[in-house]
Design a binder for this molecule. Structure first.
Ligand code: HEM
Length: 412
């Protein structure tokens, strides 16, 4: 039987629609060694069963110190944390026991119950952002909506005062726009953020509030072995892990709904009837169908192991391709079809195992609030222009649109 030739990875076509290439990999080379654009060689894991196993395998470390090729540590590998930097000793770059200790300290702030208390504020932020463009009849939903919403939400949660939140938005914007590109501006933004967080931690120590940073400081003062640097790194990873992901959950989610008018109409009908069930399963399905995290799941083999029949050497980097695993027909019936009411939907969009997304309850709250409010307030929302003109960010880490121009009947 003839096999299709191996598709090229990391091209412009791939960034626009990676799913055919992922299907090829799942079928023909499910644990596939490839050179990333940075030159680093890594294994791509694309089948659901292998992906789930890899995410929970303790022999696969999150700590980049376990990478076998320290020559790359000069930088430019694209591996977060490989360049030793103070802010990089955070949850996504460490293993137990440090991981267990640090995660325990923040997990209370992210239980569904604690996050639910934050719902009115997320609704208010959402409405304020829509107010700014609702009368205009057009907007760029990335720039005007998906981008600012999560950054303000996380800043509020951390305790960054409102008057400083636009600085954070600008630094984060610099990192999103140029992540993986020119390093100068990004390095400057990271430095500004680091200095700001260090100063904020000092201020909160003098004058604590009911926010996450004050809570972290109290934990370190109570001898829970949290250093000031770890507190800053924690604030940084919360901003980072919770920002671009949520931007793209909203952006990719709206885009998918606009491309699937029947499903979108079902969701609008159910919202109009005051139901929330389809909204909840729908946001999970949007994550499965076209989630924000493609390859951002670095792991490094601490010993030789076999995964999906493939031998992996000690020190090899492994990337679990969540977006590929979540379209695996072996796991999901009609895997390439959007079904907002899908109930058997244990997708890997938030990862799996001990590094499972800490912010998932907050992401769900933001995603559900954003989509429900947009579709309710701007019911005839439609794409402005040709879908073929949409540009995706060709990064390795996140899948997301650069812009999402829409039009709608102006709100009176
Ligand atoms: C971890 C996805 C939103 C905080 C992760 C991981 C994934 C993920 C896949 C695991 C990565 C790995 O195993 O290598 C997402 C998605 C989001 C989202 C798709 C939005 C739709 C958020 C938010 C926050 C957050 C809003 C917090 C404000 C974190 C943290 C970790 C994490 C701290 C590291 C947990 C650990 O290592 O123990 N996220 N995330 N995420 N996420 Fe999220």
């Amino acid at each position: 039987m003839a096999t299709d030739p191996q598709p090229e990875l990391f091209t412009w076509e791939f960034a626009t629609d990676p799913y055919p290439a992922y299907a090829w990999l799942r079928e023909n080379s499910p644990v596939h060694k490839t050179a990333l654009p940075s030159g680093v060689e890594a294994w791509l894991v694309t089948r659901y069963a292998d992906a789930r196993q890899a995410l929970a395998d303790q022999r696969l470390s999150k700590n980049p110190a376990n990478h076998a090729e320290p020559a790359h540590a000069k930088g430019k590998t694209g591996i977060p944390g490989e360049r030793k930097a103070e802010l990089m000793t955070h949850l996504l770059n460490i293993d137990p026991p440090d991981h267990t200790r640090l995660r325990r300290l923040v997990s209370k702030a992210f239980t569904p119950r604690t996050v639910a208390e934050f719902a009115p504020r997320v609704q208010e932020l959402t409405d304020d952002l829509i107010d700014k463009f609702a009368a205009k009849g057009e907007a760029d939903l990335i720039h005007d909506f998906a981008f600012p919403l999560p950054i303000y939400a996380i800043c509020d949660l951390l305790g960054v005062p409102r008057e400083d939140q636009d600085d954070f938005r600008d630094w984060a914007g610099m990192m999103i726009r140029h992540g993986g590109g020119p390093r100068g501006g990004v390095a400057r933004s990271v430095k500004k953020m680091r200095n700001y967080l260090a100063e904020l931690i000092h201020r909160k120590r003098e004058n604590p509030g009911d926010d996450l940073i004050s809570h972290l400081i109290r934990a370190s003062d109570d001898g829970e072995h949290l250093t000031e640097n770890e507190a800053a790194a924690m604030a940084f990873i919360l901003l980072f892990a919770g920002f671009e992901t949520t931007v793209n959950l909203i952006g990719n989610g709206v885009h998918t709904l606009l491309q699937n008018p029947d499903q979108r109409a079902r969701l609008q009908e159910s919202l109009a009837a005051g139901e929330t069930g389809l909204l909840a399963t729908g946001v999970e399905e949007l994550l499965r169908y076209d989630g924000p995290v493609e390859l951002a799941t670095w792991r490094f083999a601490t010993e030789a192991l076999t995964l999906g029949g493939q031998d992996i050497a000690e020190g090899d980097p492994v990337l679990v391709v969540l977006a590929a695993a979540d379209r695996d027909p072996e796991r999901f019936t009609g895997a390439d079809t959007l079904d907002l009411s899908r109930s058997d939907n244990q997708h890997l969009g938030y990862g799996h195992g001990i590094h499972y997304c800490l912010g998932a309850p907050l992401a769900r709250l933001e995603g559900q609030t954003a989509l429900a409010t947009l579709l309710t307030r701007l019911p005839d929302l439609r794409l402005a222009g040709d879908p073929a003109d949409l540009r995706w960010r060709g990064g390795l880490i996140m899948r997301g649109l650069r812009t999402l121009p829409v039009e709608f009947d102006p709100e009176q």
